[in-house]
Ligand binder design. Structure first.
Ligand code: UTP
Length: 290
């Protein structure tokens, strides 16, 4: 079996939960402290051994390409000013990983976005990372999934427990526990009502998939919201061969949601070496207790 070196970043969604900020700007480029959120996720992928990233983009998403490209004028300007620290950070971003871009012409769903990368993946296993799911963890979240993949050699989905009233925002699994946070996936439901949810184990934005998902997605009819849902494809796949899920260790922020974005901003700012102390003092000065 080939090793896992490629990742798809679907980033062509409309970002309606974050309007009006996302009317003309990609939500993946909204900054958390001092980095656009997608950079956190690209860094996680690189730290997990990914060396080629395919970003699925759409209209109004050009800023993502520019962010990971060289910035000639800016670099010359920083050189002239002797800002060597900033210069090397700007250059590091452009040299971090090989990136390629595919346009999804219509936002027809996450499953359809993944299908757009079929010809670049060919017959290899690959990762999928959602650029608005920020996971702060000791071991990078994708690396955690890779460990499970190495053991079982099946697709592996990242999951976390969510409150019953929140299950309608996720794909939810029915799983058989194999211990140590690993589950065999028995069934999946996309955005269930709380009383129809098979568990509180929700799929979050990290996946390791095998290329047979493409053939399945090609035959998957539009489901919830008239979009081609990855969860529906995975449900079909689970009938053909085993899929596993792993409860990720770490704090996950749904930064594509306004409240999730605020939580990520505050908590990551508090951890920031340069700003953390002063920011904490500022928060204390607000006397938030009441
Ligand atoms: P979301 O459900 O977060 O959708 O998609 P969204 O459109 O980005 O945001 P909201 O819900 O309208 O606020 C999950 C992931 O799948 C990508 C999104 O960019 C996001 O990373 N996606 C979704 C696509 O690439 N194409 C699509 O057609 C739909």
């Amino acid at each position: 079996m080939k090793s896992l070196t490629k990742a798809i970043f679907p980033a062509a969604g409309l970002g309606t939960r974050f309007l009006p900020a996302t009317k003309a700007s990609p939500k993946e480029m909204l900054p958390i402290v001092d980095k656009p959120m997608i950079q956190y996720v690209v860094e996680e992928a690189v730290a997990s051994g990914i060396d080629e990233i395919i970003i699925i983009t759409g209209r109004w998403k050009r800023a993502i390409e520019d962010h990971f490209d060289i910035a000639f004028e800016l670099e010359e300007n920083l050189k002239a000013k002797g800002e060597s620290g900033l210069l090397s950070e700007i250059q590091r971003i452009a040299n971090m990983v090989t990136l390629c871009y595919i346009r999804q012409k219509k936002a027809l769903g996450l499953g359809h976005a993944i299908l757009c990368a079929k010809n670049l993946i060919m017959d290899e296993p690959f990762a999928v990372l959602l650029g608005d799911d920020i996971i702060d963890s000791e071991t990078p979240a994708l690396m955690q999934l890779k460990e499970v993949y190495k053991k079982y050699r099946t697709p592996v989905l990242a999951i976390q427990r969510v409150k019953k009233e929140d299950v309608h925002r996720y794909g939810v699994i029915k799983g058989e526990s194999l211990g140590d946070g690993v589950y065999k996936v028995l069934d999946l439901v996309e955005k269930p009502k709380p009383k129809e949810a098979p568990s509180d184990l929700a799929i979050i934005g990290r996946y390791i998939l095998t290329p047979d998902i493409f053939g399945i997605l090609e035959k998957t009819a539009p489901g919830k919201n008239r979009e081609i849902q990855l969860t529906d494809g995975l449900k079909e796949m689970a009938k053909k061969h085993p899929i596993h899920a792993y409860e990720i260790k770490g704090k996950r922020y749904d930064a594509g949601d306004k409240l999730g974005f605020l939580k990520a901003t505050v908590e990551l700012a508090l951890k920031n070496q340069e700003l953390g102390k002063e920011f904490k003092n500022y928060l204390k000065s607000l006397n938030l207790a009441d």
